[in-house]
Ligand binder design. Structure first.
Ligand SMILES: *Cc1c(COP(=O)(O)O)cnc(C)c1O
Length: 453
C-alpha cells in the first residue's frame, strides 16, 4: 500500500467511522492503528508493524489468528452454504455444535438457543426466565418478573442487558429506559463494600443477597451473575466459595441462576467454564466471545430441560424470539472446530503452567508505586492503578492514566485495552511462554513509565 493510500484510509476512518466505547473527540486526534493481518498471537498493521494481541482482540481469540484448522473449516463451509435460517429449519453445523456444547457444559444444561452476541444471549436468558415462570404450573409463580444483579455488573449493551448492568458510567444515562432491578454487593475485595478484610469476612457480602431473596423471592425470576470474575468492572475476582453460596441461595429460594459466561467461558479462568471451579450448574448459561475462537460473531444461551419443557404446548407458549442470522452455519462450523481444537491440542491442561508464569510475573507489579491491586484468575488479569496506594485514591479520570499506559504499550509493540485505570491482560490462550513474558515485560515498563514520570 502506498503512503498516499495509507493516509487516505486513516482519514476515512476518522471521517466515516464511529468506534464503539470510544470517545471520538480524542480518538480523531490520535493516529489510528489500522490492522490488516494477523498471525498467531500477533496483529499486523498496514505498515507491517507487529503487535502482540494482549487482550485477545477483546477477549475472544483462543488459538491465535489465522489458525490453519479454523481457516480450512471456514473455507469448506463456504463451499457448502454460508447461511440458511434456523427458524423452523435446521442446518448441519448448528446441530453438531449444539450437541457438543451440551456434552461439555455443566450437568443439567441440555438445550441450546443461538444468537449472535453476548448481549443477545443475555436478553434471551432474561426473557426465557420470565416466560418460564409465567408458564410453569402454579399460579403463585406469576409474580416472578424481577431480577437480582450485582453492583458493577456488565452483561452487554442492549436495553435488557443494560437494565441488569451496574456500571454507572456506561449505564446511568439510560435509566429512564430501563426496567428496575435489585442489586446485591459486588465481591470487590480491594474496595470492599462492607469495609471488611478478605481473610476474615466470611463472605459477608453474600448476606445481602440472602436478605434480598428472603424478602423478595416471590417476585424474583432470576439472579444473573458473571461467575468468578466481573470482567468489564475491572477484572473483579470473587473470593472462593462466593459463587457456590449464590447457587445455594438460588436453589433454596426457588430462583433461577443465570451464569453469564460470555467473558469467563472457554478456558479464560483455567477451566472450560468458570462454574466448574465451584461445581456449580446454573439454570441458564450465556456463552459468546470465545465460542468461535475469535473468528465470527456467535452466541448461545443454554437451559435445562425443565425450563425448556415449560415452553411446550399451544402456540402461545412458544418462545417468540429469534435473530435473522441465528445458528449461522459459518459461525457454527468454526465454533465446532474451535471446540475440537480445545480437546485435540489439550488447551485447558496446557494453561496451568501459563497461569503460573503469569502469577509469578505479576509479583513485581505490586512494587510499583501506583499499582494498588493486582487481580488474576487464570488467564484474566486486572492491574488497578491508583494515585495514592495508602488511601487507594483513584487518579482523576481526566488524566486517562489507563489510556496513557496502553498508548505506551502500543509503542513497544503490544495492543491492550484498559477499563478505566485498570490495565487488562487477557492473552490469547495459545500464547507461548516467550510471548507471555514479553506481554508482562512491556506492560510493566509501560505502567512504570506512565505513572512514575
Ligand atoms: C462482552 C460481554 C457481554 C456482551 O457481549 P457482546 O458480544 O459484546 O454483546 C456480556 N456479558 C459479559 C460478561 C461480557 O463480558
Amino acid at each position: 500500500m502506498t503512503e498516499e493510500e495509507l493516509t487516505r484510509l486513516a482519514q476515512w476512518d476518522k471521517k466515516y467511522l464511529w468506534h464503539p466505547f470510544t470517545q471520538m473527540q480524542t480518538y480523531i486526534q490520535e493516529e489510528p492503528l489500522i490492522i490488516e493481518k494477523g498471525e498467531g498471537s500477533y496483529l499486523i498493521d498496514l505498515k507491517g508493524r507487529r503487535y502482540l494481541d494482549g487482550v485477545s482482540s477483546l477477549w475472544v481469540n483462543v488459538h491465535g489468528h489465522r489458525k490453519k484448522e479454523l481457516d480450512e473449516v471456514l473455507k469448506a463451509q463456504v463451499n457448502k452454504i454460508a447461511h440458511s435460517t434456523l427458524l423452523g429449519l435446521a442446518n448441519v453445523p448448528s446441530i453438531l455444535l449444539a450437541k457438543k456444547l451440551v456434552d461439555m457444559s455443566p450437568p443439567g444444561l441440555e438445550k441450546v438457543f443461538y444468537s449472535d452476541c453476548g448481549a443477545a444471549a443475555v436478553e434471551i436468558a432474561l426473557k426465557i426466565a420470565l416466560q418460564y415462570w409465567q408458564q410453569k404450573e402454579g399460579e403463585k409463580y406469576r409474580r416472578k418478573t424481577k431480577y437480582i444483579s450485582l453492583a458493577q455488573a456488565y452483561h452487554g449493551d442492549t436495553v435488557g442487558a443494560v437494565s441488569v448492568g451496574g456500571i454507572s458510567l456506561y449505564h446511568g444515562i439510560f435509566q429512564p429506559l430501563l426496567f428496575s432491578c435489585f442489586y446485591t454487593f459486588s465481591p470487590y475485595c480491594y474496595r470492599c463494600p462492607l469495609s471488611l478484610e478478605k481473610e476474615s469476612c466470611a463472605l459477608a457480602c453474600v448476606n445481602k443477597l440472602e436478605e434480598l431473596l428472603a424478602q423478595h423471592h416471590e417476585e424474583i425470576a432470576a439472579v444473573i451473575i458473571e461467575p468468578l470474575v466481573q470482567a468489564a468492572a475491572g477484572m473483579i475476582v470473587a473470593p472462593p466459595g462466593y459463587l457456590h453460596r449464590v447457587r445455594e441461595l438460588c436453589t433454596r429460594y426457588k430462583v433461577l441462576l443465570i451464569a453469564d459466561e460470555v467473558a469467563v467461558g472457554f478456558g479464560r479462568t483455567g477451566k472450560m467454564f468458570a462454574c466448574e471451579h465451584e461445581n456449580v450448574s446454573p439454570d441458564i448459561m450465556c456463552l459468546a466471545k470465545g465460542i468461535t475462537g475469535g473468528y465470527l460473531p456467535l452466541a448461545a444461551t443454554l437451559t435445562t430441560t425443565e425450563i425448556y419443557a415449560a415452553f411446550l404446548g399451544e402456540q402461545n407458549k412458544t418462545f417468540f424470539h429469534g435473530h435473522t442470522y441465528t445458528g449461522n452455519p459459518l459461525a457454527c462450523a468454526v465454533a465446532l472446530a474451535n471446540l475440537e481444537l480445545f480437546a485435540k491440542e489439550n488447551i485447558i491442561a496446557k494453561l496451568q503452567p501459563k497461569i503460573e508464569l503469569i502469577r509469578r510475573g505479576l509479583n513485581r507489579f505490586n512494587n510499583l508505586s501506583r499499582v494498588g491491586d493486582v487481580r488474576q484468575k487464570g488467564m484474566m488479569v486486572g492491574i488497578e492503578l491508583v494515585e495514592d496506594k495508602a488511601t487507594k485514591k483513584p487518579y482523576l479520570p481526566e488524566l486517562r492514566m489507563g489510556h496513557q499506559v496502553i498508548m505506551l504499550a502500543r509503542k513497544h509493540g503490544l495492543v491492550i485495552r484498559p477499563l478505566g485505570d485498570v490495565i487488562v491482560l487477557m492473552p490469547v490462550l495459545a500464547m507461548g511462554e516467550e510471548e507471555l513474558n514479553q506481554l508482562m515485560e512491556i506492560t510493566y515498563l509501560s505502567i512504570k513509565e506512565a505513572t512514575e514520570n
